[in-house]
Design a protein around this ligand. Structure first.
Ligand SMILES: Cc1ncc(COP(=O)(O)O)c(C=O)c1O
Length: 349
Protein backbone atom coordinates (compact mmCIF):
# COMPACT_ATOMS: atom_id res chain seq x y z
CA UNK A 1 0.00 0.00 0.00
CA UNK A 2 1.31 3.45 -0.90
CA UNK A 3 2.41 5.49 2.10
CA UNK A 4 0.40 8.65 2.61
CA UNK A 5 2.51 11.81 2.58
CA UNK A 6 2.06 14.51 5.20
CA UNK A 7 0.01 17.36 3.79
CA UNK A 8 0.82 21.01 4.50
CA UNK A 9 -2.31 22.31 6.18
CA UNK A 10 -1.02 25.86 6.54
CA UNK A 11 -1.53 25.80 10.32
CA UNK A 12 2.04 25.91 11.56
CA UNK A 13 5.31 25.98 9.65
CA UNK A 14 7.86 23.29 10.45
CA UNK A 15 10.13 26.20 11.29
CA UNK A 16 7.75 27.09 14.10
CA UNK A 17 7.37 23.52 15.36
CA UNK A 18 4.72 22.29 12.87
CA UNK A 19 4.80 18.84 11.25
CA UNK A 20 7.40 18.81 8.43
CA UNK A 21 5.95 18.01 5.00
CA UNK A 22 9.16 16.25 4.02
CA UNK A 23 10.17 13.22 6.02
CA UNK A 24 13.26 12.42 3.99
CA UNK A 25 16.09 14.81 3.08
CA UNK A 26 15.85 16.78 -0.13
CA UNK A 27 17.61 14.89 -2.95
CA UNK A 28 21.11 16.13 -3.64
CA UNK A 29 21.19 15.80 -7.42
CA UNK A 30 22.63 18.66 -9.41
CA UNK A 31 19.95 20.67 -11.17
CA UNK A 32 21.59 20.62 -14.54
CA UNK A 33 22.35 16.90 -14.53
CA UNK A 34 18.75 15.93 -15.27
CA UNK A 35 18.94 17.76 -18.59
CA UNK A 36 22.12 16.21 -19.94
CA UNK A 37 21.33 13.52 -22.51
CA UNK A 38 22.78 11.60 -25.44
CA UNK A 39 22.57 14.65 -27.71
CA UNK A 40 24.95 16.52 -25.41
CA UNK A 41 27.31 13.51 -25.29
CA UNK A 42 27.24 13.29 -29.07
CA UNK A 43 27.90 17.03 -29.44
CA UNK A 44 30.87 16.97 -27.05
CA UNK A 45 32.39 13.84 -28.61
CA UNK A 46 31.87 15.23 -32.12
CA UNK A 47 34.18 18.10 -31.20
CA UNK A 48 36.76 15.90 -29.48
CA UNK A 49 36.84 13.54 -32.47
CA UNK A 50 37.37 16.52 -34.79
CA UNK A 51 40.37 17.55 -32.65
CA UNK A 52 39.34 21.15 -33.21
CA UNK A 53 38.76 22.33 -29.68
CA UNK A 54 39.57 26.02 -30.13
CA UNK A 55 37.25 28.49 -31.79
CA UNK A 56 39.80 30.65 -33.63
CA UNK A 57 41.55 28.06 -35.81
CA UNK A 58 41.72 27.98 -39.61
CA UNK A 59 37.95 27.56 -40.06
CA UNK A 60 35.46 30.15 -41.18
CA UNK A 61 33.57 31.42 -38.12
CA UNK A 62 30.33 29.93 -39.41
CA UNK A 63 31.96 26.50 -39.51
CA UNK A 64 32.90 26.56 -35.84
CA UNK A 65 30.68 25.45 -32.96
CA UNK A 66 31.09 28.80 -31.19
CA UNK A 67 30.19 30.72 -34.36
CA UNK A 68 27.15 28.54 -34.98
CA UNK A 69 26.07 28.87 -31.37
CA UNK A 70 26.28 32.66 -31.67
CA UNK A 71 24.15 32.61 -34.82
CA UNK A 72 21.58 30.40 -33.11
CA UNK A 73 21.52 32.55 -29.98
CA UNK A 74 21.02 35.72 -32.02
CA UNK A 75 18.10 34.06 -33.82
CA UNK A 76 16.55 32.61 -30.64
CA UNK A 77 16.72 35.93 -28.78
CA UNK A 78 15.97 38.02 -31.86
CA UNK A 79 19.04 40.25 -31.54
CA UNK A 80 21.72 41.31 -34.00
CA UNK A 81 24.80 40.10 -32.15
CA UNK A 82 25.78 37.40 -29.70
CA UNK A 83 29.15 36.45 -28.26
CA UNK A 84 29.84 33.19 -26.39
CA UNK A 85 32.06 33.59 -23.31
CA UNK A 86 33.53 31.58 -20.45
CA UNK A 87 30.99 32.36 -17.67
CA UNK A 88 28.15 34.57 -16.55
CA UNK A 89 30.57 36.62 -14.48
CA UNK A 90 32.83 37.29 -17.46
CA UNK A 91 29.73 38.02 -19.58
CA UNK A 92 28.79 40.73 -17.08
CA UNK A 93 32.27 42.24 -16.79
CA UNK A 94 32.77 42.12 -20.53
CA UNK A 95 29.43 43.88 -21.10
CA UNK A 96 30.51 46.73 -18.86
CA UNK A 97 34.06 46.91 -20.20
CA UNK A 98 32.70 47.04 -23.74
CA UNK A 99 30.58 50.03 -22.64
CA UNK A 100 33.77 51.74 -21.46
CA UNK A 101 33.19 51.23 -17.72
CA UNK A 102 36.38 51.21 -15.65
CA UNK A 103 38.38 52.71 -12.81
CA UNK A 104 36.76 55.74 -11.17
CA UNK A 105 33.24 54.89 -12.39
CA UNK A 106 30.26 53.89 -10.31
CA UNK A 107 27.73 51.29 -11.40
CA UNK A 108 24.32 51.02 -9.75
CA UNK A 109 23.49 47.41 -8.96
CA UNK A 110 20.41 45.70 -7.49
CA UNK A 111 21.10 44.63 -3.92
CA UNK A 112 19.09 41.41 -4.28
CA UNK A 113 21.43 39.40 -6.47
CA UNK A 114 24.25 36.94 -6.54
CA UNK A 115 27.76 37.97 -5.41
CA UNK A 116 28.98 37.51 -8.99
CA UNK A 117 27.00 40.58 -10.10
CA UNK A 118 28.67 43.27 -7.94
CA UNK A 119 31.93 41.29 -8.24
CA UNK A 120 31.77 41.67 -12.02
CA UNK A 121 31.67 45.45 -11.49
CA UNK A 122 34.75 45.25 -9.26
CA UNK A 123 36.50 43.24 -11.99
CA UNK A 124 36.13 46.20 -14.35
CA UNK A 125 37.80 48.48 -11.79
CA UNK A 126 34.56 50.38 -11.14
CA UNK A 127 32.72 50.68 -7.84
CA UNK A 128 29.41 48.88 -7.27
CA UNK A 129 26.76 51.08 -5.63
CA UNK A 130 24.01 48.91 -4.23
CA UNK A 131 20.42 49.97 -4.84
CA UNK A 132 17.69 49.01 -2.36
CA UNK A 133 14.98 46.58 -3.35
CA UNK A 134 11.29 47.10 -2.69
CA UNK A 135 9.18 44.72 -0.65
CA UNK A 136 8.92 42.45 -3.67
CA UNK A 137 12.71 42.31 -3.96
CA UNK A 138 12.65 44.29 -7.21
CA UNK A 139 15.10 47.11 -7.86
CA UNK A 140 13.70 50.13 -6.02
CA UNK A 141 13.05 52.81 -8.63
CA UNK A 142 13.13 55.70 -6.15
CA UNK A 143 16.49 54.55 -4.83
CA UNK A 144 17.87 54.29 -8.39
CA UNK A 145 16.91 57.92 -8.96
CA UNK A 146 18.35 58.93 -5.59
CA UNK A 147 21.71 57.24 -6.13
CA UNK A 148 22.43 58.42 -9.67
CA UNK A 149 25.22 60.99 -9.63
CA UNK A 150 27.84 62.29 -12.09
CA UNK A 151 30.10 59.30 -11.37
CA UNK A 152 27.34 56.81 -12.28
CA UNK A 153 28.32 55.34 -15.62
CA UNK A 154 25.90 52.38 -15.88
CA UNK A 155 23.04 50.51 -14.27
CA UNK A 156 23.28 46.77 -13.72
CA UNK A 157 19.79 45.36 -13.26
CA UNK A 158 19.54 41.82 -11.95
CA UNK A 159 16.41 39.84 -12.79
CA UNK A 160 16.88 37.81 -9.66
CA UNK A 161 15.24 34.44 -9.18
CA UNK A 162 13.36 34.58 -12.45
CA UNK A 163 11.43 37.77 -11.75
CA UNK A 164 11.84 40.88 -13.83
CA UNK A 165 11.79 44.20 -12.01
CA UNK A 166 10.27 47.30 -13.53
CA UNK A 167 12.42 47.14 -16.63
CA UNK A 168 10.49 49.83 -18.51
CA UNK A 169 11.17 52.40 -15.80
CA UNK A 170 14.83 51.46 -15.52
CA UNK A 171 15.25 51.69 -19.31
CA UNK A 172 13.73 55.17 -19.15
CA UNK A 173 15.98 56.29 -16.28
CA UNK A 174 19.06 55.00 -18.10
CA UNK A 175 18.04 56.84 -21.28
CA UNK A 176 17.26 60.08 -19.46
CA UNK A 177 20.70 59.99 -17.83
CA UNK A 178 22.54 58.90 -20.99
CA UNK A 179 24.03 55.82 -19.32
CA UNK A 180 23.94 52.19 -20.47
CA UNK A 181 21.64 49.64 -18.86
CA UNK A 182 23.18 46.20 -18.57
CA UNK A 183 20.88 43.32 -17.70
CA UNK A 184 22.05 40.46 -15.56
CA UNK A 185 19.66 38.05 -17.25
CA UNK A 186 21.29 34.94 -15.81
CA UNK A 187 18.19 33.83 -13.86
CA UNK A 188 15.70 34.61 -16.66
CA UNK A 189 17.18 32.81 -19.64
CA UNK A 190 14.33 32.34 -22.13
CA UNK A 191 11.83 34.51 -20.31
CA UNK A 192 9.92 37.14 -22.27
CA UNK A 193 7.85 40.23 -21.66
CA UNK A 194 5.35 40.14 -24.50
CA UNK A 195 7.46 38.93 -27.38
CA UNK A 196 10.72 40.49 -26.19
CA UNK A 197 13.25 38.45 -24.27
CA UNK A 198 14.59 39.69 -20.95
CA UNK A 199 18.23 40.47 -21.53
CA UNK A 200 17.38 42.41 -24.71
CA UNK A 201 15.90 45.55 -23.09
CA UNK A 202 19.21 47.06 -22.01
CA UNK A 203 22.15 47.87 -24.24
CA UNK A 204 23.72 44.51 -23.37
CA UNK A 205 22.30 41.38 -21.75
CA UNK A 206 24.54 38.90 -19.94
CA UNK A 207 23.73 35.20 -19.43
CA UNK A 208 25.34 32.14 -17.85
CA UNK A 209 25.31 28.52 -18.98
CA UNK A 210 26.74 27.19 -15.70
CA UNK A 211 25.11 23.93 -14.57
CA UNK A 212 22.49 25.57 -12.34
CA UNK A 213 21.05 27.57 -15.23
CA UNK A 214 18.49 26.83 -17.96
CA UNK A 215 21.34 25.83 -20.29
CA UNK A 216 24.02 23.60 -18.82
CA UNK A 217 27.53 23.50 -20.21
CA UNK A 218 29.26 23.13 -16.84
CA UNK A 219 30.64 26.67 -17.09
CA UNK A 220 29.95 29.23 -19.79
CA UNK A 221 27.92 32.23 -20.80
CA UNK A 222 27.10 34.70 -23.55
CA UNK A 223 26.20 38.30 -24.19
CA UNK A 224 23.55 39.77 -26.48
CA UNK A 225 23.42 43.25 -27.99
CA UNK A 226 22.13 45.19 -30.98
CA UNK A 227 24.94 47.72 -30.71
CA UNK A 228 27.67 46.94 -33.25
CA UNK A 229 30.40 49.00 -31.65
CA UNK A 230 29.85 47.45 -28.23
CA UNK A 231 29.82 44.03 -29.89
CA UNK A 232 33.12 44.69 -31.64
CA UNK A 233 34.75 45.95 -28.47
CA UNK A 234 33.47 42.91 -26.56
CA UNK A 235 34.92 40.55 -29.18
CA UNK A 236 38.39 42.05 -28.82
CA UNK A 237 38.29 42.36 -25.01
CA UNK A 238 37.10 38.74 -24.89
CA UNK A 239 40.30 37.60 -26.56
CA UNK A 240 39.98 37.83 -30.35
CA UNK A 241 43.61 38.73 -30.93
CA UNK A 242 45.62 39.70 -34.04
CA UNK A 243 42.75 40.66 -36.27
CA UNK A 244 40.43 37.81 -35.38
CA UNK A 245 37.77 40.47 -34.80
CA UNK A 246 37.29 40.60 -38.58
CA UNK A 247 35.95 37.04 -38.61
CA UNK A 248 32.93 38.26 -36.66
CA UNK A 249 32.31 41.23 -38.96
CA UNK A 250 30.01 39.70 -41.53
CA UNK A 251 29.42 42.12 -44.37
CA UNK A 252 30.80 45.19 -42.63
CA UNK A 253 34.17 46.71 -41.83
CA UNK A 254 35.10 47.21 -38.20
CA UNK A 255 35.32 50.83 -37.09
CA UNK A 256 37.01 50.40 -33.71
CA UNK A 257 40.71 50.60 -32.97
CA UNK A 258 41.11 47.02 -31.81
CA UNK A 259 44.82 47.38 -31.04
CA UNK A 260 44.10 50.02 -28.41
CA UNK A 261 42.10 47.55 -26.32
CA UNK A 262 43.41 45.07 -23.76
CA UNK A 263 42.77 41.38 -24.40
CA UNK A 264 41.31 39.25 -21.66
CA UNK A 265 40.73 35.60 -22.28
CA UNK A 266 37.00 35.25 -21.65
CA UNK A 267 36.56 32.97 -24.67
CA UNK A 268 34.34 29.91 -24.91
CA UNK A 269 35.85 26.68 -26.25
CA UNK A 270 34.38 24.44 -28.92
CA UNK A 271 33.29 21.58 -26.63
CA UNK A 272 31.13 23.81 -24.49
CA UNK A 273 29.82 25.66 -27.52
CA UNK A 274 28.69 22.35 -29.06
CA UNK A 275 26.93 21.35 -25.83
CA UNK A 276 25.36 24.81 -25.54
CA UNK A 277 23.83 24.30 -29.00
CA UNK A 278 21.99 21.16 -27.92
CA UNK A 279 21.08 22.75 -24.60
CA UNK A 280 19.55 25.76 -26.35
CA UNK A 281 17.11 23.44 -28.13
CA UNK A 282 15.91 22.18 -24.75
CA UNK A 283 15.20 25.61 -23.23
CA UNK A 284 11.48 25.85 -24.17
CA UNK A 285 10.78 22.37 -22.76
CA UNK A 286 12.68 23.10 -19.55
CA UNK A 287 10.77 26.33 -19.06
CA UNK A 288 7.46 24.50 -19.39
CA UNK A 289 8.47 22.05 -16.68
CA UNK A 290 9.55 24.91 -14.42
CA UNK A 291 6.24 26.64 -15.06
CA UNK A 292 4.31 23.54 -14.00
CA UNK A 293 6.47 23.12 -10.89
CA UNK A 294 5.97 26.74 -9.99
CA UNK A 295 2.20 26.53 -10.34
CA UNK A 296 2.19 23.43 -8.16
CA UNK A 297 4.38 24.99 -5.48
CA UNK A 298 2.27 28.17 -5.50
CA UNK A 299 -0.99 26.29 -5.16
CA UNK A 300 0.35 24.69 -1.97
CA UNK A 301 1.96 27.81 -0.55
CA UNK A 302 -1.08 29.97 -1.25
CA UNK A 303 -3.07 27.83 1.17
CA UNK A 304 -0.97 29.09 4.04
CA UNK A 305 -1.92 32.21 5.94
CA UNK A 306 1.69 32.42 7.07
CA UNK A 307 3.37 32.36 3.70
CA UNK A 308 3.16 34.95 1.03
CA UNK A 309 4.49 34.68 -2.50
CA UNK A 310 6.63 37.40 -3.98
CA UNK A 311 4.46 39.37 -6.36
CA UNK A 312 5.89 40.06 -9.80
CA UNK A 313 5.75 43.38 -11.64
CA UNK A 314 4.87 41.27 -14.64
CA UNK A 315 2.23 38.60 -14.25
CA UNK A 316 2.34 35.04 -15.48
CA UNK A 317 5.93 35.01 -14.38
CA UNK A 318 6.91 31.65 -13.08
CA UNK A 319 9.76 31.26 -10.74
CA UNK A 320 10.87 28.29 -8.80
CA UNK A 321 14.59 28.71 -8.85
CA UNK A 322 14.97 29.52 -12.56
CA UNK A 323 11.61 30.01 -14.03
CA UNK A 324 10.14 31.60 -17.07
CA UNK A 325 7.31 32.00 -19.48
CA UNK A 326 5.56 34.81 -21.35
CA UNK A 327 4.82 37.89 -19.29
CA UNK A 328 2.42 40.77 -19.48
CA UNK A 329 2.46 43.84 -17.30
CA UNK A 330 0.56 43.60 -14.07
CA UNK A 331 -2.07 46.31 -14.26
CA UNK A 332 -2.27 48.92 -11.54
CA UNK A 333 -1.91 46.57 -8.61
CA UNK A 334 0.38 47.47 -5.77
CA UNK A 335 3.33 45.16 -5.61
CA UNK A 336 3.29 43.33 -2.32
CA UNK A 337 5.38 40.28 -2.29
CA UNK A 338 8.10 38.32 -0.73
CA UNK A 339 7.81 34.86 0.50
CA UNK A 340 7.93 35.38 4.25
CA UNK A 341 8.36 32.76 6.92
CA UNK A 342 5.60 34.23 9.04
CA UNK A 343 3.46 37.29 9.09
CA UNK A 344 5.14 38.36 12.31
CA UNK A 345 8.59 37.97 10.86
CA UNK A 346 9.20 40.12 7.81
CA UNK A 347 12.39 38.41 6.73
CA UNK A 348 12.09 37.15 3.18
CA UNK A 349 13.21 33.66 2.33
C1 LIG B 1 22.22 36.47 -10.91
C2 LIG B 1 23.52 35.85 -11.28
N1 LIG B 1 24.42 36.58 -11.97
C3 LIG B 1 25.61 36.07 -12.33
C4 LIG B 1 25.97 34.78 -12.02
C5 LIG B 1 27.32 34.28 -12.40
O1 LIG B 1 27.29 33.27 -13.35
P1 LIG B 1 28.57 32.29 -13.46
O2 LIG B 1 28.54 31.36 -12.31
O3 LIG B 1 28.38 31.58 -14.77
O4 LIG B 1 29.80 33.14 -13.48
C6 LIG B 1 25.07 33.97 -11.30
C7 LIG B 1 25.40 32.59 -10.94
O5 LIG B 1 24.69 31.88 -10.28
C8 LIG B 1 23.81 34.52 -10.93
O6 LIG B 1 22.91 33.82 -10.22
Amino acid sequence: MAKSRPVFDGAKLALDGGVPVRTIPWPTYDNGAVCVDDNDCFAASRVIKSKLLYRYDFRDIDDTEAGRLENELAKFFNVKYSLAVSSGTTALSLSMMACGIGVGDEVLCSSFGFPASPSSIILTGAKPVLVEVDENLHMDIDDVKKKINPLTKAILMIHMRGQAGDIEQVVQIAEENGIPLIEDAVPVLGLKIGDKHLGTFGIVGAFSTQSDKSMNTGEGGFILTDDREIFERAIVLCGAYEGRLERHCKGWKSTINQYALPLYNFRMDEIRAAVARTQLKKVPGRLNVMKENYARACSIIEASPQLRIREPVWVILFYFRLMATMLTRRSGSPTHSTLRVSSADPSPI
